[in-house]
Design a protein around this ligand. Structure first.
Ligand code: R5P
Length: 310
C-alpha cells in the first residue's frame, strides 16, 4: 500500500501517514506560468494499491484539478488500484437542479474523478447521503460522529445537552449524534431567501435552559450557525456550541462567529484551517486522521469499513 498527497491539506496527510506508519510517496506538483498544473510521481508505483489524499477545498477548482492530474499520472504509471481519499468533497452542495437550466455539478465532478482514474473513493460526511451514488466506483462515506461524540463526552455533562440540527436537511446527521449520546434533538426551521443567506423561521423543540450543540456538515460563511445560535439563545438556551465536519470558513466566518451568540465552533481537520483562524478562542479543531487512516488500512486489508462505526 502506498500513500500520496496533493497540496490541499498536507498536515492531515502527514497525520494519516503517521497513523499507518507509511511514508508519503515523493512527488512534485508545480504550476506553469499560466497556472496549469504539472504533477510528477517520483517513485515507482507500478502494480501498487495507492491512496491519493486531497480535499477539494479552497481554491476548489485548483485543488480538484490537482487531484485529477495526480490520478491521471498514477494511472499512466500503471498503479494497480487507485483510491481517491477526499476528506472534504467540494461541489457537494450542487447536488440537484435548483432551477431550470442549472447543472448538477456534484455528479459532474464525481464523473471527472472516476474518469481520471480513481477505482474507489473514500470520503467523509457527504453533504447528502445520496451523493455516494453519484460516483460510479465503490465509495465509502465515513462519518465524523464518533470523533465528535468522544470530544463532547470529554468536555461536557451529557445530561445537560441538546443536539440541534440547524436545518431540516441535517436532521439525519444530528439525530445520529443525539442517539449516540442518548440526548434530545431539536430542529431549526431555516429558510434561504437567497443563495448564501439564511433566516431562522422557527425552533422545533423546547431549548429553554438547555446547553445546545448545533451539528452540521459544513460551516461556510457562518450565517447558518450564527443565526441559529441567536434564535436558540432568544428561546432560552444557556450555551450554544457547534460541531461541524468541514470548516470552510470563507470570508471572515470566524470573525463573524466571534461576534455572534455562538460560544464556540469545533471543526474536523478535513480542511486545512487558516493560521489566523486557529488563533481564535472561539474555534477548535478535531483530527479525523486516525479514522481515515484506519479506513485506509481496512480497505487495503479487505476488512469491513462499516464495522468502524458499530
Ligand atoms: C447547508 O445545507 C449546509 O449543510 C450548511 O448548513 C451550509 O453550507 C452552511 O453555510 P453557511 O455557513 O454559509 O450558512
Amino acid at each position: 500500500m502506498k500513500l500520496i498527497s496533493c497540496t490541499a491539506n498536507l498536515p492531515l496527510a502527514e497525520a494519516i501517514a503517521d497513523y499507518l506508519d507509511a511514508p508519503l510517496t515523493e512527488r512534485r506538483i508545480d504550476r506553469f506560468s499560466d497556472n496549469e498544473i504539472f504533477v510528477r510521481v517520483n517513485e515507482n508505483v507500478r502494480g501498487e494499491d495507492i491512496y491519493v489524499i486531497q480535499s477539494t477545498s479552497y481554491p476548489a477548482n485548483d485543488t480538484l484539478m490537482e487531484l485529477l492530474i495526480c490520478l491521471d499520472a498514477l494511472t499512466r504509471a500503471s498503479a494497480q488500484r487507485i483510491t481517491a481519499v477526499i476528506p472534504y468533497f467540494g461541489y457537494a452542495r450542487q447536488d440537484r437542479k435548483t432551477d431550470g437550466r442549472t447543472p448538477i455539478s456534484s455528479k459532474l465532478v464525481a464523473n471527472l474523478i472516476a474518469s481520471a482514474g480513481a477505482d474507489r473513493v473514500l470520503t467523509m460526511d457527504l453533504h447528502a447521503g445520496q451523493i455516494q451514488g453519484f460516483f460510479d466506483v465503490p465509495t465509502d462515506n465515513l462519518i465524523s460522529a464518533p470523533v465528535m461524540e468522544e470530544d463532547i463526552r470529554k468536555r461536557f455533562e451529557v445530561k445537560d445537552l441538546m443536539i440541534v440540527s440547524p436545518d431540516v436537511g441535517g436532521v439525519v446527521r444530528a439525530r445520529a449524534l443525539a442517539n449516540r449520546l442518548g440526548v434530545d434533538l431539536a430542529i431549526v426551521d431555516k429558510r434561504r431567501p437567497r443563495a448564501g443567506e439564511s433566516e431562522v423561521m422557527n425552533i422545533i423543540g423546547d431549548v429553554a435552559g438547555r446547553h445546545c450543540i448545533l451539528v452540521d456538515d459544513i460551516c461556510d460563511s457562518g450565517g447558518t450557525l450564527c443565526n441559529a445560535a441567536a434564535a436558540l439563545k432568544a428561546k432560552g438556551a444557556t450555551r450554544v456550541a457547534a460541531y461541524v465536519t468541514h470548516g470552510v470558513f470563507s470570508n471572515g466566518a470566524i470573525k463573524r462567529i466571534e461576534a455572534s451568540e455562538l460560544d464556540e465552533v469545533v471543526a474536523c481537520d478535513t480542511i486545512r484551517q487558516r493560521d489566523d483562524d486557529l488563533k481564535s478562542e472561539s474555534h477548535r479543531v478535531l483530527t479525523v486522521a486516525p479514522l481515515l487512516g484506519e479506513a485506509i488500512r481496512r480497505i487495503a486489508n479487505k476488512e469491513s469499513v462499516s464495522k468502524l462505526f458499530d
